[in-house]
Ligand binder design. Structure first.
Ligand SMILES: [Zn+2]
Length: 335
């Protein structure tokens, strides 16, 4: 089960129960040779069992987001005890890792992240944790932006206006075809670190991708009636998703990613909404709601709430259900 409560307590329980036996039993060996031999056998059996349990189910992993944690669960299976950092109901750009997150990274064997600057807090977190596995070129981090065709790469690199999409748009996981690339990258990255399990990771990634492929065909059919429908989005998090399903982004409420709207900008959006036959205003649950409400009030266009994180709501328990939930919301909400 994926959880942000890393179940290292489970690991401690297994190994410390062996530890409790190790302590009091060993000195009793003085009672006689057979007892010593028996104790040694019991000890080695317990130690072996502890090591086996660790090898089978307790590789400590930290993922930056709940969505990546879910992909790791799909590809890695029960071998990983996964902690994720960003709470799924919050804007992943702007969370602050807690001391607990720092501790989890400090103890982790692998670190899975989205790459680019989605997690602007990622490097400070890694530095605070100081885990040599993830510093410099240590190679136990897996960057899931590898192999993705990015959109929105700015011509000039500058944070002068607070841009948080500095290296290209980092919301690529919202296109199911990109999620398939990510699952493959994850399987390859895990295979490099745990070569004995390479075939398992490959098989699990292929199974996940086959399931996703089947759903994607269905989603594309269901979205066909909305082809070329224009929408206005709040944050620039939707180009990959909308491109995949054939919707057109006619405007954005934020002035630039992370920069709030202004009255002048809103007036321009109202104009665009009328001219381009915009059929929905897309917001996420954590976005400020006043501007989309005002835009909707002025134009009569419905507001549709979509989510980008596994666990953002009860309908989004895993990656496939999250996309399904969004498709359903568009079917119900787009005029
Ligand atoms: Zn963003």
């Amino acid at each position: 089960m994926t959880t942000n409560q890393l179940s290292d307590s489970r690991f401690r329980a297994v190994c410390s129960s062996a530890g409790r036996v190790l302590g009091p039993t060993a000195p009793r060996g003085r009672r006689g040779g057979n007892d010593v031999k028996k104790s040694a056998l019991i000890l080695s059996a317990l130690f072996f069992s502890c090591v086996q349990t660790f090898a089978a189910a307790s590789i400590r992993a930290v993922a930056t987001t709940s969505t990546l944690a879910n992909l790791l669960e799909e590809v890695g299976g029960e071998k990983f005890e996964i902690h994720y950092v960003a709470p799924p109901k919050r804007d992943v750009h702007f969370i602050s890792p807690t001391p607990k997150d720092v501790l989890k990274v400090k103890k982790a064997e692998i670190f899975i992240h989205n790459g680019l600057d989605l997690e602007v807090w990622r490097d400070p977190l890694l530095i605070a944790a100081g885990n040599p596995n993830f510093l410099g070129n240590a190679g136990r981090s897996i960057d899931l932006s590898r192999g993705i065709s990015l959109v929105g790469i700015p011509a000039a690199v500058s944070r002068a206006e607070g841009d948080i999409h500095l290296f290209g748009n980092p919301h690529f996981w919202m296109d199911p075809e990109n999620a398939e690339v990510m699952a493959k990258t994850l399987a390859e990255g895990l295979a490099n670190l745990y070569p004995a399990e390479a075939d398992t990771f490959k098989r699990r990634a292929e199974e996940f991708n086959a399931r996703l492929d089947r759903k994607l065909k269905e989603w594309l059919e269901r979205m066909a009636p909305y082809k070329s429908a224009a929408v206005i989005v709040q944050h620039r998090s939707w180009p990959y998703f909308m491109n995949r399903f054939g919707l057109i982004i006619a405007g954005e409420i934020e002035l630039r990613p992370g920069i709030p709207s202004t009255a002048k900008h809103l007036a321009g959006l109202i104009q665009i909404a009328k001219e381009k036959n915009v059929r929905a205003v897309i917001r996420e649950p954590f976005n400020e709601g006043k501007t989309s409400k005002k835009l909707s009030g002025e134009t009569g266009i419905p507001v549709v709430t979509l989510v980008q994180s596994v666990g953002a709501d009860v309908e989004s328990a895993d990656y496939i259900s999250m996309i399904e939930r969004n498709i359903r919301a568009l079917e119900a909400g787009v005029e």
